[in-house]
Design a protein around this ligand. Sequence first.
Ligand SMILES: Nc1nc2c(ncn2[C@@H]2O[C@H](COP(=O)(O)OP(=O)(O)OP(=O)(O)O)[C@@H](O)[C@H]2O)c(=O)[nH]1
Ligand SMILES: C[S@@+](CC[C@H](N)C(=O)[O-])C[C@H]1O[C@@H](n2cnc3c(N)ncnc32)[C@H](O)[C@@H]1O
Ligand code: SF4
Ligand code: SF4
Length: 334
Amino acid sequence: MTAPLIDPFARPISYLRVSVTDRCDFRCVYCMAENMTFLPKKELLTLEELDRMCSTFIRLGVEKLRITGGEPLVRKGIMTFFQAMSRHLDAGTLRELTLTTNGSQLRRFAKDLVECGVRRVNISLDTLDDRKFADITRWGRLAQVLDGIDAAQTAGLRVKINAVALKGFNEDELFTMVEWCGQRDMDLTFIEVMPMGDLGNEDRLDQYWPLSDLRARLAERFTLTDLDERSGGPARYVRLDETGQKIGFITPLTHNFCESCNRVRLTCTGELYMCLGQEDMADLRAPLRASADDAALEQAIRRAISHKPKGHDFDYSRQKVDGQMTRHMSHTGG
Ligand SMILES: Nc1nc2c(ncn2[C@@H]2O[C@H](COP(=O)(O)OP(=O)(O)OP(=O)(O)O)[C@@H](O)[C@H]2O)c(=O)[nH]1
Ligand SMILES: C[S@@+](CC[C@H](N)C(=O)[O-])C[C@H]1O[C@@H](n2cnc3c(N)ncnc32)[C@H](O)[C@@H]1O
Ligand code: SF4
Ligand code: SF4
């Protein structure tokens, strides 16, 4: 039997996040610059290479695959890849196949995703206001995303909304968003903005809205009960006793959840990032392309995991943002 992937801190690696493209139909201000230069096609792993890569990780014990990007649903032929991955669900070697999306293409793809065995989807949505949505995504249209959410729910997908908490931007929508998600039976998770990429527009410190503050505001109106459950992701959840709703908090900067980290990230060019908040990575494309035999690839994966760091380097506590990543979030898929 193949030995599972265990990192130097005895954490089993069972979750692979795969960015299938660096491209996107939006240009969210905290994620991308407006005039992004994207990778030439030949740099990207082909769909067949992505299949081989993911299948190797699954053989090594990965049980959860989250497809992300850029916007995963703008990658040409992406349904062929989902279809290919569904064979691992059928075989019982993969427990969950899922994706994180901006929702713009869900009207077109929701049904196909369900047919490929996807059961839930995380959709990023920071505001319910048309004008603010256009401002924050630069190129997005709120109506299209809302329509995508409808399509996903109609197709039977469980939806979780991810909202980046941004000071002075969506603070005033906290209760509107909670209520809106409650009415639609969708979970809602807030994410603290992270210092990624040299976007040259905003000072991310100005936008940082600590979730401890958001939580305190929620507690003014609701009774919050901490929940133990984990989704295999970094979110901590509370229940709003009055409505029964579940609200998640992803607080990489105020609460370190690294000790139970179970994931690594594969970029669309085949780089394996051992941590979202570190620059260390291993090139897996070279061993993949060097040989049709997976032994060298397996060995490269194990070597990479043996260097997984204990935690991230983000730090908002100094005068300026230390450890700011030069990488864009769209490169590693968040
Ligand atoms: N620092 C840090 N942030 C993470 C990590 N994983 C996810 N995040 C952040 O959380 C955001 C939301 O993640 P999702 O793509 O919805 O995935 P998830 O929360 O892991 O998914 P589930 O728990 O399966 O619903 C990401 O875009 C990141 O901003 C992590 O390992 N470390
Ligand atoms: C990079 S996107 C990729 C998937 C898809 N395009 C989407 O928006 O859901 C994944 C997640 O990263 C989040 N994200 C991007 N930049 C971020 C930042 N600087 N800080 C915190 N979250 C960020 C987005 O809000 C989104 O929820
Ligand atoms: S957060 Fe997602 S939708 Fe927004 S620019 Fe980044 S990749 Fe695109
Ligand atoms: S910051 Fe790094 S070590 Fe911490 S949970 Fe995220 S990926 Fe894991």
